[in-house]
Design a binder for this molecule. Structure first.
Ligand code: 4NP
Length: 152
């Protein structure tokens, strides 16, 4: 079983979408996908209604997800930790205990745009359009990730 964790700041906008999208592209017998946030403001809450709506428009259901905070124990429990932006990267790396932990952390868009260190923009304070844009970026990245997981 491969275990993939999606991480953003709030765990209500980007990483829940990433979790839902990747889950829809993999065999659940082979891959576990979860998400978490580096910030603790929304623990226990549903994803943002705008993420739920965009997901629904693409036949994905995020309504069983609940927000949780990233913890250093996630370095033990997951094989790959995908972060949405460079700020998440810095926050997650700052609690890594060793080199092995650090190597698990990747910027998700580097799977599509190798080594360009591009961010998935935070749509929280933007308009609804930002969520569809985020969906498209994450769908593209998760397509690549799902194919890599098949051969790894
Ligand atoms: P996310 O967006 O990191 O994509 O979930 C955010 C959601 C909430 C907050 C920040 C970012 N917040 O500050 O509450």
């Amino acid at each position: 079983m491969k275990k993939v964790l999606m991480v953003c700041l709030g765990n209500i906008c980007r990483s829940p979408l990433a979790e839902g999208i990747l889950n829809s592209k993999v065999d659940k017998n082979d891959v576990t996908v979860d998400s978490a946030g580096t910030g603790g403001w929304h623990i226990g809450e549903l994803p943002d209604s705008r993420s739920i709506e965009v997901a629904k428009n693409h036949q994905l259901d995020l309504s069983l997800q609940r927000c949780r905070k990233f913890s250093y124990s996630d370095f033990e429990n997951f094989d790959i930790i995908y972060v949405m932006d460079k700020s998440n990267y810095k926050d997650v790396i700052s609690i890594a205990r060793n080199e092995r932990d650090k190597q698990k952390v990747q910027l998700i868009l580097n799977e599509v745009y190798t080594k360009q260190n591009l961010d998935v923009p935070d749509p929280y304070y933007g308009g609804d359009n930002g969520f569809e844009n985020v969906y498209r970026m994450l769908d593209e990245a998760c397509e690549v990730i799902s194919k890599k997981l098949l051969v790894s």
